[in-house]
Design a protein around this ligand. Structure first.
Ligand code: GS8
Length: 217
């Protein structure tokens, strides 16, 4: 039994894992979860992830959830295949990758996620967007992007000279963010813009983003 990913093609956390698998050039089976039908909250799926969330990765008898933990596992297990996403050969470089993986999870994602939710998901599920949440999150995101702009004016990628998990983890939410009326937050910062254009044009992401349409299957 090989690698199996349970998820939804448009889901940000699912696509984080799919991009990682494609960067590594790995074969895997994609198992669509009936999200609208609530399959992820039913006992068979809860055995895989007791929190009832996608994605889940199975590798033979190992079952993992939390997209960033899954990409870390893939990057470690298949370190000699495809792009080295953690810079395993150098302890210092690897540590910097882990720092910026945390920055995405602790600073970037909490700022960008509510904007994407309010602008794209809320209307889709018949809710009114909350402009106060959007405005507060835009301010937070702007502050984070100022740090990125300064950093990316000195180095090509967030963790150094090479594309790593630190960059990869930004792809899914930023892709949707660029479809909101606030894309200028990225476009107005020249080094962030160049970084975004670079990482979003990588073949692995292009392949996955074809299916990233904000509509439920
Ligand atoms: C979040 C997973 C998540 O929110 C991760 O895997 O990185 N920190 C986790 N998944 C959403 C779909 S968005 O991609 C989900 O399953 N939501 C259903 C729910 O929370 O009930």
């Amino acid at each position: 039994m090989g690698l199996k990913v349970y998820g939804v093609p448009m889901s940000t956390c699912t696509t984080r894992v799919l991009v990682c698998l494609h960067e590594k050039g790995l074969e895997f089976e994609f198992v669509p979860v009936n999200f609208l039908g609530g399959e992820h909250k039913q006992p068979p799926f809860l055995e895989k992830n007791p929190f009832g969330q996608i994605p889940v990765l199975e590798d033979s008898d190992l079952t993992l959830f939390e997209s960033r933990a899954i990409t870390g596992y893939i990057a470690d297990k298949f370190k000699d295949t495809g792009c080295d996403l953690i810079r395993h050969g150098d302890c210092n470089e690897a540590a910097v990758v882990r720092v910026w993986v945390e920055v995405e999870a602790q600073q970037y994602n909490p700022a960008i996620q509510p904007i994407v939710y309010q602008c794209l998901v809320a209307p889709l599920i018949g809710k009114t967007s909350d402009q106060k949440i959007i405005d507060e999150s835009l301010e937070k995101l702007g502050n984070v992007l100022d740090v990125y702009e300064a950093r990316l004016s000195k180095i090509k990628y967030l963790a150094g000279d090479h594309f790593t998990l630190a960059d990869l983890h930004h792809l899914s939410y930023t892709f949707y963010f660029m479809k909101t009326p606030y894309a200028s937050l990225i476009e107005s910062r020249p080094h962030v813009k160049a970084w975004w254009e670079d990482i979003s044009s990588r073949p692995a992401f292009v392949k996955v983003s074809v299916n990233m349409k904000y509509e439920f299957n």
